[in-house]
Ligand binder design. Structure first.
Ligand SMILES: [Fe+2]
Length: 406
């Protein structure tokens, strides 16, 4: 057992006991203890990993799938201290059924806070409403943030370095503050632990039909959606979205759902489209390791307008014009092959008939022009003409870079 975390656990225990194990007091105690002796300054990470691998005397570990991995460093019936490693993980937007505080021990993260308004429960496991980002900040190594259970603290983390390691001092469970909803912006909250086994099996059976290219697949999904209740219909729609889109049947399936559920279904299309956007960016994380580029991905995933994005870039790189920083990243992330030029998932329009070797420069010039919101296109964009520029803008707007040109 690691001595540093043993001491930390004993200090937390002593102070919390003095407060009669008040749940309200726990986040403050956890934050103070983490800040008084910050693990970022006092823990030697390689030594801790070695000790965990070689010393058999360790606290009881959990079966948790959270973290990559999670190590329990101290354990008590009322609270525990965990170390969460993150390799390429990013958390969903979520709330907690526990409280305490977390500390960035290694690496850094983008941290976004949200609120959920105009809540309407469809079932205990699925709610509709407005998911709104309140603020977004950069958490550098050594920062500590309190965790309050329930809807007061809805957040997401996007880790920038590999590995990132956070230390969490947390209660076992705060009764009455569940379920631990996940939020799908802009409109849905769902309980990720809720298990509807019939729907799970139906999704798996639909996958069989999809993978065997069964001609009945789309019709069957649409028939199911026309019959199912809102919650199960939503899960089927979410699961089959990609396959239906590939078959050209997504619009039909969505309108069947919207016709069946009327006003309740407002916001479902926007939410599922946002899921696709976020999944696309999550997917890029595994191949993009440079921390600055990960920072860019985190912003593209979480920030909803260009001004906020540029403000955060300026905050992190204060000595450079933020537009120039973004253009440098776009240039570094550009990939040119025989198929054409791409910046992340934005493809230079093939229909423009521009030689591949000229596409990159034009792509960047167009991005700069659109980001700056210039009325008149500069001379460098002359080869594109107005119609070409419109097509490039459409390509950027349909990609993960959309926030830069909206
Ligand atoms: Fe969290």
């Amino acid at each position: 057992m690691n001595d540093f975390f043993k001491d930390m656990g004993q200090t937390v225990l002593k102070r919390w006991k003095q407060e009669n194990f008040s749940l309200e007091k726990f986040p403050g105690i956890a934050q103070a203890v983490l800040d008084e002796r910050p693990p970022a300054q006092h823990v030697d990470l390689p030594a801790l990993m070695r000790e965990f691998l070689l010393d058999d005397e360790q606290p009881l570990q959990t079966q948790s799938g959270f973290g990559q991995p999670e190590l329990v460093a101290y354990e008590h019936p009322r609270f525990y201290i965990q170390l969460l490693f993150w390799m390429d993980g990013t958390t969903d937007i979520h709330q907690h059924e526990f409280s305490g505080a977390f500390h960035v021990m290694h690496g850094s993260s983008i941290h976004a806070h949200y609120e959920f308004e105009k809540r309407h429960a469809i079932t205990p496991n699925l709610q509709m409403g407005q998911v709104r980002m309140k603020n977004i900040e950069l958490l550098e190594t050594g920062r500590t943030v309190s965790i309050i259970s329930g809807r007061q603290c809805i957040h997401s983390l996007f880790h920038l370095d590999t590995p990132s390691v956070t230390v969490v001092v947390r209660t076992q469970n705060d009764p009455g503050t569940g379920p631990q909803f996940n939020y799908l912006p802009p409109h849905v909250a769902l309980d990720p632990m809720f298990s509807d086994v019939l729907t799970m099996r139906r999704k798996q059976l639909l996958d069989v039909l999809e993978q065997t290219e069964d001609p009945e697949y789309a019709d069957l999904v649409i028939e199911m959606i026309s019959d199912l209740d809102f919650e199960r219909g939503f899960y089927i729609l979410q699961h089959c979205m990609g396959a239906l889109a590939n078959l050209g049947e997504w619009g039909t399936a969505l309108s069947v759902f919207e016709t069946k559920h009327g006003e309740l279904a407002q916001g479902v299309a926007a939410t599922l489209e946002e899921c696709v956007h976020r999944d696309a960016i999550k997917g890029m994380r595994s191949s993009i390791g440079e921390p600055e580029h990960r920072f860019f991905l985190a912003l593209l995933m979480n920030v909803t307008n260009r001004a906020d994005l540029l403000a955060l870039v300026a905050q992190r790189f204060p000595n450079v014009t933020p537009t120039d920083t973004v253009l440098r990243w776009a240039d570094e992330l550009m990939d040119t092959s025989d198929d054409g030029c791409a910046i992340l998932d934005a493809l230079f329009p093939e229909s423009l008939d521009i030689a591949i070797e000229d596409q990159g420069e034009l792509f960047l010039a167009a991005l700069k022009h659109l980001m700056l919101g210039q009325k008149k296109a500069p001379a460098s964009l002359k080869p594109l003409a107005a119609a070409g520029l419109k097509q490039v803008k459409a390509a950027l707007a349909a990609s993960s870079l959309r926030v830069l040109v909206d």
